[in-house]
Design a protein around this ligand. Structure first.
Ligand code: SF4
Length: 228
């Protein structure tokens, strides 16, 4: 796999569970605010067996593995192999994805390889392609619809829609919340350049407008469930 990094223990990637996190290198989206810009591109190829050993070495510390990036679904074969190995080792399996490869998501869920998906939805659909400078709207819509169906049908235990919200773009949230439907919704503090990030209180105010429970994720408070 094109390897982006490994964190042996994380308590922030899966609320309520200690996990290890495997980062896949490479993401075609290239968001300017990406918190992992150093692994958006480049090459560091590692044997799957070596990465499996990293995961195995965390066994005493954690109960789950989260695959993140970069974009893990861009490398479906290594991802599938590592998820299957993680399952065999007895770990719960999570995925963080931007949803631009819906067919891979389908393979993972239909193969019973993943318990939890955190799906980024970055903007209202009308703004999506111009924001990402590529035509990804239909792919992300397909991923979202598939996750909704998979959760409703019991094929996927958990899925949350993650919205990274920047000051000045608060009005995007109601559109994304409508699209998210019954999936869990996370409002996450976007941080970029000199623009001050929305505070936890400001994000909660945005949450109030949505008239539904939201998870508010900030640097100052971590993740809190806000019910308006
Ligand atoms: S989609 Fe995610 S991983 Fe890819 S560049 Fe954007 S923030 Fe970074």
């Amino acid at each position: 796999m094109n390897f982006g990094g490994f964190v042996p223990i994380s308590t922030v990637d899966w609320r309520g569970r200690a996990v290890c996190t495997v980062f896949f290198r490479g993401c075609p989206v290239r968001c300017s605010y990406c918190h992992n810009r150093s692994i958006q591109e480049g090459e560091d190829f590692r044997d799957i067996a070596a990465v499996q050993e990293m995961i195995r070495s965390s066994k005493l510390l954690v109960s789950g593995v989260v695959f993140s990036g970069g974009e893990p679904t861009m490398q479906p074969e290594p991802l599938i192999a590592l998820m299957a190995a993680s399952r065999e080792m007895g770990f719960a399996v999570g995925l963080q994805t931007n949803g631009i490869f819906p067919k891979v998501l389908r393979r993972l869920v239909e193969g019973h390889l993943v318990d939890r998906i955190a799906l980024d939805v970055k903007a209202r659909w009308e703004r999506y392609d111009s924001l990402l400078k590529e035509k990804y709207t239909h792919a992300v819509q397909e991923s979202l619809a598939f996750c909704q169906e998979a959760v409703a049908g019991g094929a996927l235990a958990e899925c949350e829609v993650v919205v990274t919200l920047f000051r000045g773009y608060e009005d995007e949230a109601p559109h994304i919340a409508r699209a998210a439907g019954n999936l869990d919704l996370v409002l996450q503090q976007g941080v970029e350049g000199m623009v001050p990030p929305l505070s936890a209180a400001e994000l909660k105010k945005v949450g109030d407008r949505l008239k539904r429970p939201v998870k508010v994720r900030t640097r100052e408070e971590g993740e809190v469930l806000h019910c308006g």
